[in-house]
Design a protein. Structure first.
Length: 249
């Protein structure tokens, strides 16, 4: 079953065509790794899926309402100078369904405290975002998404510049979210994380997309993955015209 399908999608940014004839189905309850070199069109595709960018042609078929679609951007997209606490950030996850100005009730706070405990943020509710470590901020951002109870979750390099403990927490949480039936799409640049998380891979290169089995991609890059087990291994030179498509898509 799928509630998200791309049909012959062509996208442009700034008058330049970025992606052409992109098609594919994202299965419910699965984690798809979105990979490609810088400038390959990953952020452009995310914007289209979120309904923030209109396609030149083709369609994004998404039966999930916009208030149940969540986008976790890169950490640099978060304004750390804005005077907001962890609690206030997480409660904004209720805005799409709750409203911006409506008072929060006991159920909202009960759910928030449960999410905080799950992500190791208990005791940080009133801490300003600017005083958090990179890992704590990323957990707080994911916490906001959990508060939204999103059915479609898109994450842009969620493991960049975070500690090992945060990586473990995020991996476990994302798997739990997928197991609960959500559609999860994660932009990744690290083979080890791809091996742990991805049920399938969508590779963007040369303005096109290809579905790839994670095992196939890992096999081709097995030696580089070993050498860079603790570092970001960018997908700079991937060109896999003969790789068979992911059998589940």
């Amino acid at each position: 079953m799928s509630r998200l399908t791309l049909e012959d999608l062509t996208l442009a940014q700034g008058g330049r065509t970025v992606l052409e004839h992109i098609s594919g189905t994202f299965e419910d309850g699965a984690i798809t790794a979105l990979v490609g070199a810088n400038g390959a069109g990953k952020s452009t595709l995310i914007q289209a899926i979120m309904g923030l960018l209109s396609p030149l042609s083709g369609q994004v078929h998404c039966s999930m309402p916009k208030e149940r679609r969540a986008w976790l951007p890169q950490q640099l997209a978060l304004d750390l100078t804005f005077p907001m606490s962890v609690e206030e950030l997480m409660l904004t996850g209720r805005w799409p369904t709750h409203g911006t100005f409506k008072r929060y009730g006991p159920d909202d706070y009960r759910h928030m405290h449960g999410v905080m405990q799950r992500l190791g943020l208990s005791g940080l509710a009133h801490r300003p975002l600017g005083e958090l470590s990179g890992g704590q901020r990323q957990r707080a951002l994911l916490g906001r998404t959990l508060m939204q109870e999103a059915e479609l979750l898109l994450l842009d390099e969620p493991f960049a510049n975070v500690d090992t403990h945060t990586v473990e927490l995020l991996c476990g949480t994302l798997r739990d979210i997928a197991n609960a039936g959500a559609t999860v799409i994660v932009v990744l640049h690290d083979m080890e994380q791809l091996a742990r998380l991805a049920d399938c891979v969508m590779l963007l290169a040369g303005g096109h997309a290809q579905w790839v089995e994670p095992e196939t991609l890992l096999e081709r890059h097995h030696a580089p993955a070993r050498r860079h087990a603790h570092a970001q291994a960018p997908f700079i030179s991937l060109n896999l015209p003969d790789v068979p498509p992911c059998s589940t898509y």
